[in-house]
Design a binder for this molecule. Structure first.
Ligand code: AMP
Ligand code: MG
Length: 476
């Protein structure tokens, strides 16, 4: 089957994008193609193999592609930018597959009218990074955009750190509609576009709602986002740049920039070099979620009720409900991670106490070693702890609550393999220098995160102390 594009966004939402062609890559070379994903979506893998380098670099557009750059605004680190938009990405169109409708977007594909001062390009390292981490998230069962391919463009790009090889990522997303998309039209007081965008988003993601049900849309997005952030927290994932333009109405994780997985559990963990105040620190993510949803509610106000005072009252009620809804979602995640048959208020305290107990120990291993503890072997778990006595007191309380098959359920909820920072860096450094072998090996381990450790221990261990404090950079 040839890629067959539809263009509902362009057709239904005139005035929300500009037509713009991706830059022509001078010497495109395919670095990675997601054959499993392609097969899953019913795409022709042989055809993709043959054409990916040209189609997914901008060198040559696939038949039926009609590239556009989408307009959006956004609150970045709390400050409003009324005009962001796809400054280095082009939406080629939508693929309708047996698994649903997906935007196919090139990222790093050159300047657009939204590029502001940027070059519109991306480097091999950050694009492979998004590929690796988005596919790891998918394997963990977390809603996410997917990565179909990365193509090296053959071009050299300039960054603070020096010259780097350029690349384009092909991303598949349920859509690219962001909180910032609504903010763009709200800031311009364009109620007609807000209405059209609301109807479009509902038809695409929440078709059970009436097209004009803005409050229903808000509730549905809140439910998905609350569940999403609770899952991030369970896996120790730190997005790093939870600006409103990086929050999707679909409920998928989107825009992998300076994200990373926490190793030693510390609520204030931050990796991003630009997040100096710790706004997007691990433990702040649920608070930022509520903050971002407040911006969405504000944008929707004129559609919630024509009487502004009433609209604000209704929205405030909804916003107050986010924290308790998040706590419930987090308890559901912890119930699975601790293999509890139930989640009583006492179980909630048990979960809170576990976190206090493991403070300073590796997050992922602390949960994974519960498998052994459930089977009566506590040594490996206790050995991880800065304060093993605390855990020794906690374990009998937990054991008293365990149901049958606890070890099996613990193994299915707590991964052995996550994208360890030092392994990610090792893979990207080698790939940038032309050696894809470490990337391929890491990707393969990440695709089976819950399987036993045996034979792949190197992917399960935290960074050696010599690795130092990990700092990530935006992929610009
Ligand atoms: P991000 O940090 O990737 O979420 O990007 C934030 C905004 O900056 C978006 O509007 C991007 O399109 C834009 N942007 C990021 N990198 C570049 C670049 N190299 N050239 C032009 N625009 C960019
Ligand atoms: Mg972004």
């Amino acid at each position: 089957m040839t890629l067959s594009f539809q263009h509902s966004y362009a057709t239904d939402l005139p005035g929300t994008f500009v037509r713009d062609r991706p830059a022509v890559a001078p010497a495109p070379r395919l670095l990675v193609l997601n054959e499993a994903l392609a097969r899953d979506l019913g795409l022709d893998v042989a055809e993709l193999q043959e054409n990916a380098a040209r189609w997914f670099s901008g060198a040559d557009l696939p038949l039926g592609a009609d590239p556009i750059a989408l307009a959006y605004a956004g609150h970045q680190f709390g400050g409003f930018s009324p005009q962001l938009g796809d400054g280095r990405a082009h939406l080629l169109g939508e693929l309708v597959t047996p698994k649903g409708r997906f935007d196919l977007q090139l990222k790093g594909s050159g300047r657009s009218p939204f590029s502001r001062g940027g070059d519109g390009k991306a480097a091999v390292g950050p694009m492979l990074r998004e590929y690796l981490i988005s596919e790891a998230m998918a394997a963990l069962g977390v809603p996410t955009t997917r990565s179909l391919a990365v193509v090296a463009t053959g071009e050299t790009i300039w960054r603070d750190t020096g010259k780097l090889p350029g690349a384009v990522l092909t991303r598949l997303a349920a859509s690219h509609i962001r909180v910032g998309t609504f903010e763009f039209f709200s800031a311009r007081e364009d109620v007609a576009q807000l209405k059209a965008l609301t109807a479009f988003t509902i038809a695409r993601h929440y078709p059970h709602l009436d097209p004009d049900d803005a409050l229903g849309l808000f509730d549905a997005v809140t439910a998905r986002q609350v569940s999403l952030i609770a899952q991030w927290m369970g896996f120790g994932f730190i997005h790093g740049v939870m600006n409103t333009d990086n929050m999707a109405l679909s409920g998928e994780t989107i825009d992998y920039g300076p994200c990373a997985f926490m190793e030693a559990y510390a609520p204030g963990t931050v990796f991003s070099s630009i997040d100096r105040g710790g706004r997007y620190a691990y433990a702040n993510q649920p608070l930022i979620l509520a903050w971002n949803l407040s911006r969405l509610a504000e944008a929707l106000l004129p559609l919630i009720d024509p009487d502004q005072t009433r609209a604000v009252d209704i929205a405030n009620d909804r916003l107050e409900a986010i924290a308790p809804a998040y706590r419930k979602a987090w308890e559901a995640v912890m119930r699975a991670k601790l293999a509890l048959p139930d989640m009583t208020p006492e179980d909630g305290v048990l979960a809170d106490d576990f976190l206090k107990t493991i403070t300073g120990a590796d997050w992922t291993l602390s949960f994974r070693r519960l498998v052994d503890a459930a089977e009566g072997r506590e040594g490996a778990l206790l050995a991880l702890m800065p304060k093993p006595d605390l855990l020794a007191e906690w374990l009998p309380r937990w054991r008293a609550r365990l149901g049958p098959d606890a070890a099996t359920r613990l193994r299915a909820a707590n991964p052995a393999v996550i994208p360890r920072n030092h392994k990610v860096e090792e893979a990207l450094t080698a790939a940038t220098a032309g050696d894809l072998a470490p990337f391929t090996a890491l990707l393969s381990a990440l695709q089976d995160p819950f399987a036993p450790e045996a034979g792949r221990e190197a992917f399960t261990l935290p960074a050696p102390t010599g690795f130092g404090r990990y700092v990530t950079f935006c992929g610009t």
